[in-house]
Every structure is written in C-alpha cells, then in structure tokens.
Design a protein around this ligand. Sequence first.
Ligand SMILES: [Cu+2]
Length: 191
Amino acid sequence: MILSKLTMFLFLMIFVFCGVSMGEVYKVGDSTGWTHNGHIDYKSWSSNKNFRVGDSIVFEYKQHMDNVVRVTHKNFNTCNATTTYATFNTGNDTFVIKRPGHFYFISSFPGHCQNGQRVDIRVLRPTKSSPSPSPSPTPPRAPSSSSSPPTEPITPSSTQAPAPSPSGSSEMLFSIKLWFSMLLIVVVAIV
Ligand SMILES: [Cu+2]
C-alpha cells in the first residue's frame, strides 16, 4: 500500500516536472529541413503553426554549408546579415521561444536568403480569450526618441547574444503548474 502510494507519487512528480519544461518542438521545413534549394516555402510552413512561449524551433542543415542567423525585421526583408542577434552554426540548432513577438531567421550564406531561406516565427501573446489578429512584432518602444534602437542588443558579428526575457507569461504558466503540482501532492498525501 505504501509502495503503491510512493510509485504514484513518483509518477506524478515526473509528470509534473516534464510538464513544466515541455513545449512543442518545430523542425523548420519539417523533413526537408533548413535549406536554400527553393523547393520549400518557409512562409507557408510557418503560417499554419501556432508557436507559443516555451516551444522550440529546430534548424537542421549540413554544418559548414549553411547557418542560421537571427535578424531584425528590416534585415529579414532585405536579406541583410551584417548585424544579428545571434548566429547558430552547429547544423542542428534549437531556438527556445522565451517571449511573444516575431523572430526572424535567415541564412547568412551568400544567396541563400535571397533563394528563400528565411523564416518568420510569429509567437502570439498567450491569452485566455481568442488571440488578437494583429501581430505584435516588437515590445513597446520608448515614447520619446524618434529613432529608437532595438530593445535587444544586436551583435555586429557571429557572437551569440543572450536575449533578455522580460516576459512574465512563461513565469505565470510555471507558477500555475507549480501550484497545480502542490495541489496534486497534497491530494496524494491525503489519499
Ligand atoms: Cu542555405
């Protein structure tokens, strides 16, 4: 009897702690992966996905033959990789979404982005009601200055910038799960 209770408890703990860290994993381009062969439309690939905070975006490609750089919206549109937020080049890169908004990725290899190797990951703000149709691409900017710089530090070259995550939404989700897990533990202890 005690053993079964303990087993149940352990299963519960595993369930709860897996749940805390779990998010969907999206492989960009699915089986095709991250490529510039022009046979895949990353715009349509991303358009039917519902990316959320906590999800992972995976880029798979041949190392040394390609890379992934995160850029601004403007540089995404112009395929400009001179200033980047972060550069990934392992061939199997995972980007974990830490806040809502848009995340723009391109390949900085010559011609690759122009050939369609770019993807816009749009992450909706977690809401209880229906998600708003208007995208919210950037966090609120300073009201005073006319030409406000990006809120995240942009690195000039291939250094990896740790993106600050001021979003409280994931923490709120975490606290809900924590609260839920505590409730479950109490229930198990009583039964
Ligand atoms: Cu490429």
